[in-house]
Design a protein around this ligand. Sequence first.
Ligand SMILES: N[C@@H](CCC(=O)N[C@@H](CS)C(=O)NCC(=O)O)C(=O)O
Length: 225
Amino acid sequence: MPVDPNAGVEITAFKWVPPFAHGYVKDMRIRWALEEIATPYRERLIGGIFEDKASDYLVDQPFGQVPVYKAEGISLFETGSILIHLGEKDERILPRDALGRGRAISWMIAALNSVEPALSALMLVGHAGAEKNWADDAKNAVRPFAENRLEMLSNALGTKDWLEDRFTIGDLVMVDVLRTAPEDKLVAAHDNLVAYVERGTSRPAFKAAMTAQLDAFARNNPDIM
Ligand SMILES: N[C@@H](CCC(=O)N[C@@H](CS)C(=O)NCC(=O)O)C(=O)O
């Protein structure tokens, strides 16, 4: 279990988020990667998701978001950038050969840039449009876009265990994106994607990361857990 208050690596996370977000805040992706490479880290917990962020935090993360990663005099924001950095340190999550490395990064960017936006659009319409008369029209407009992305992803994965020939940061982010899909029937329409998410979230490193995020909320919000 690599959470260690004396560790040289620091990541930021929120002290509090609404219960529906427990286990889904994006520091999960960094916790998961650090577990995969057995690297201890300490947590720096910042104000809750709806609180104003201290202006000094904006130096570390210009948008006031989590996570931020700090170690060895380096401060990084954006999960994708942090994951490449960690991958460069440890081949367990990023192959050393140029092709393998490039393909893993391609898949990670595909997860962040091609798949997640389609799912986020649907989720945002769902939240913003709750009980509004335009919500169904908006969802109907956005949903085929998300469905198409998942269909193409399912075809690319085929019968493989992982997107390439082994687990990489590309799978780590893709699995995390898919498990947060806003509507059950989206991923569930593809047996291979369901199995892929199950495969990823069954990894001991994912489970340890989940435990660590939930523990941090429980420790800091004992009254509302
Ligand atoms: N593109 C950023 C997104 C990070 C992100 O969305 N963080 C959320 C928590 S899951 C956050 O901090 N939300 C609060 C906000 O945007 O003000 C990354 O990948 O690091």
